[in-house]
Design a binder for this molecule. Structure first.
Ligand code: GAP
Length: 511
C-alpha cells in the first residue's frame, strides 16, 4: 500500500475502533487537538506505563515527579523560552498558506537523501550477495553528489538560523527553488520568528491578573524542583528525575494528525551529572533509549539517529531518534546534553543556589544535565501506524489486523462463547471474573466466531479465548494468537499464567 494510502487508513481506523477522535467534533472540531477514545486512552496509558517502569522502577537512581502545568512566569524568562522559543515562519503570497521555513528546507534535504537511497537499493538488487554498500556509497558519483548537496543545504540552514539571519533562510529557499507543497507557487514572503507559547491569566480581575504561560515542555518543572528532590530523596549524582505530563505549543503548521499537536503529552527525564561527564552520559542515554524502542519489536530498520547540526540555545550535543512514520522518517524522541544552562539560569533569576555538594570531590557545583524527551502522542502514532496491516491470507482473502505489541494492547484477551446457549456464556463469564483482576479483558458473543476473531484482530486484541462444548467436559478452551492465528487447546487454570508470560513488563523488557 502506498505511504499516503496507509496514512489515510491509519486515520480512519483510529476513529472506527475508538482510538482517536477529533476534539469537540460535534462543533466541527478544533485544528490539531484530539481526544483519545476508549481504546486510545488504554493504549496511551500502557505506553506511559512502559516508559515509567523502564525509567523509574528499573533505575535505583531515577525518581518521578508530577509538577504543575502553571509555573511562575519568570521560569520561562530564565529558560530562554520567552526570548528564543520561536519557529521561523514563511507565507506563500499566492496560496496564503503558512509554513515553517526550516521544515521546507529539511523536506528538500530529505528528498536528496531518498534519491541517494534509491541508487543504493537499485545497486543492491543488481549485485545481490556481492553488493558492498560501504564501498558503493563512497565511490558512486550520484550518491556522493546527493549526499554532499544534502549536507551543504542543512549546514547552511543551521548557520543562518544560528546567526538569526532570516534573510539568508529565505534566500536559500529561493535558490533551491522550493515551492509551496500544495500549490507549487514560489512566491514567498520574508521569514519571521513566531513565539510558540500560549499565554493565559491567573486572577479574578483584569487589573490584578498575572500573565502566565501554559508550559511548552515539562522539563522546567524538573529543574525548579532539582534541589527539593535531591535533598528530600538524598539523591547522589548521577541521578535522574522523570516526569510525564501535558505540554502546549501554538504550532502554526499543525499537520500530520497527532504528530504535531497544540496540546500534547511529553515523557521527559533529566539526568544530573558531574560537569565534564555529560558527553559520556549523553552516549549512554542515546543507546539506552534506542534499546527501549527496539524492545517493542516494531523493526530495527524503522529507527535512525539524526545528530543535530543546529543546536538549541541550551545544548552542547543533541540527537533525535527518528522513526519511519507513514510520511517518512521524522523525529520521535530527542536526547539533549543541556549543559548547566537551565540550573544556572534559574540560579541567576531566582537568586537561589541550585548546587550539589559532591562528597567524593569535596566541592559544590551546578550539575550538568542530559535529557531524554519523547512525545507520548508521537509514540502512539509510531506504534499504531506500524501495527496496522492489511494482510493477505493463504486462501486469497485479506484481513485487517492491528499487531500492537501485546504489552501495549488496550485489551489483552477477548472471551468468546462459541454459542449463546448451553451454559457456554456462563463459563465465559467465570473466566472473565478470574482474569479481570490482572488483565483488561472483554466479552463478545455477537456474530459467528470467525467474524468475532476478525473484529478483535482489527481492534488489536492479541488473544481470543473461545469456550465451546468440550469446555464443559474437560475444562479446556482454545486460545488464538492474533498474529499467527494459531489456536491451542489449554486448561482454563493455565490461562492466567499464559497471559502473564505474554504481556508482563518483565517478559518484554528483560528479553
Ligand atoms: N524538553 C525538550 C523538548 O521539549 P522538543 O524536541 O521540543 O524538546 C521533545 O520536544 C519531544 O516532544 C519531541 O521529540 C516530540 O516527540 C514531542 N513533541 C514536540 N512538539 C510536539 C507537538 N507539537 N506535538 C506532539 N509532540 C510533540
Amino acid at each position: 500500500m502506498a505511504q499516503e494510502d496507509h496514512f489515510k487508513k491509519v486515520l480512519s481506523h483510529a476513529k472506527e475502533y475508538g482510538y482517536i477522535f477529533g476534539s469537540s467534533e460535534i462543533y466541527e472540531g478544533l485544528s490539531a487537538v484530539y481526544d483519545y477514545g476508549q481504546n486510545g486512552a488504554e493504549l496511551k496509558k500502557n505506553i506511559r506505563e512502559y516508559w515509567w517502569k523502564s525509567m523509574v522502577q528499573m533505575h535505583e537512581n531515577i525518581v518521578g515527579l508530577d509538577a504543575a502545568i502553571f509555573m511562575h512566569p519568570t521560569t520561562w524568562k530564565a529558560s530562554g523560552h520567552v526570548d528564543a522559543f520561536n519557529d521561523p515562519l514563511i507565507d506563500n503570497k499566492d496560496s496564503k498558506k503558512r509554513y515553517r521555513a526550516d521544515v521546507l528546507i529539511e523536506d528538500y534535504a530529505e528528498k536528496l537523501n531518498q534519491k541517494a537511497q534509491k541508487e543504493i537499493d537499485k545497486a543492491k538488487k543488481r549485485f545481490g550477495d556481492k553488493f558492498n554498500e560501504e564501498e558503493f556509497v563512497t565511490t558512486n558519483e550520484r550518491v556522493i553528489r546527493y549526499r554532499e548537496e544534502q549536507n551543504r543545504v542543512l549546514k547552511r540552514m543551521a548557520r543562518s538560523l544560528e546567526a538569526e539571519d532570516l534573510a539568508d533562510v529565505k534566500a536559500l529557499i529561493e535558490e533551491l527553488e522550493i515551492a509551496d507543497p500544495d500549490t507549487g507557487s514560489k512566491n514567498w514572503t520574508d521569514v519571521r520568528q513566531f513565539n510558540l507559547m500560549f499565554g493565559t491569566k491567573l486572577g479574578a480581575s483584569a487589573d490584578t491578573a498575572t500573565d502566565l504561560y501554559l508550559r511548552p515542555e515539562t522539563a522546567q518543572g524538573i529543574f525548579v524542583n532539582f534541589l527539593n528532590v535531591q535533598k528530600t530523596g538524598r539523591m547522589k549524582i548521577p541521578f535522574g528525575i522523570a516526569q510525564t505530563g501535558k505540554a502546549f505549543r501554538n504550532e502554526i503548521v499543525a499537520r500530520q494528525f497527532i504528530f504535531r499537536m497544540r496540546e500534547f503529552e511529553q515523557m521527559e527525564m533529566q539526568f544530573f551529572v558531574r560537569p565534564g561527564e555529560e558527553l559520556k552520559w549523553y552516549e549512554h542515554w542515546k543507546e539506552t533509549r534506542l534499546k527501549w524502542h527496539l524492545s517493542l519489536g516494531l523493526g530495527e530498520e524503522n529507527y535512525r539517529f539524526h545528530d543535530h547540526e543546529k543546536l538549541a540555545h541550551y545544548a552542547n550535543a543533541a540527537a533525535d531518534i527518528e522513526f519511519n512514520f507513514p510520511f517518512g522518517f521524522k523525529e520521535l524522541e530527542g536526547i539533549h546534553s543541556r549543559t548547566d544552562f537551565d540550573l544556572k539560569a534559574h540560579e541567576k533569576f531566582s537568586g537561589k543556589k541550585l548546587q550539589f555538594f559532591d562528597p567524593e570531590l569535596n566541592e559544590s557545583y551546578v550539575p550538568y544535565v542530559v535529557e531524554t524527551s519523547i512525545g507520548l502522542d508521537r509514540m502512539f502514532l509510531a506504534v499504531f501506524s506500524k501495527a496496522l496491516e492489511e494482510e493477505e491470507l493463504e486462501n486469497g482473502s485479506t484481513r485487517t489486523v492491528l499487531k500492537l505489541p501485546a504489552i501495549l494492547a488496550p485489551v489483552k484477551a477477548a472471551i468468546l462463547p462459541l454459542v449463546k446457549k448451553d451454559g457456554l456464556p456462563e463459563v465465559a463469564e467465570r473466566i472473565i471474573n478470574e482474569l479481570k483482576w490482572d488483565f483488561n479483558v472483554v466479552y463478545d458473543e455477537k456474530d459467528a466466531v470467525g467474524r468475532r476473531y476478525r473484529r478483535q484482530d482489527a481492534a488489536g486484541t492479541p488473544f481470543c479465548i473461545t469456550v465451546d462444548h468440550d469446555t464443559l467436559e474437560d475444562d479446556t478452551v482454545t486460545i488464538r494468537d492474533r498474529d499467527t492465528m494459531e489456536q491451542k487447546r489449554v486448561k482454563i487454570a493455565e490461562l492466567s499464567g499464559i497471559l502473564h508470560q505474554k504481556v508482563d513488563f518483565k517478559h518484554w523488557y528483560k528479553d
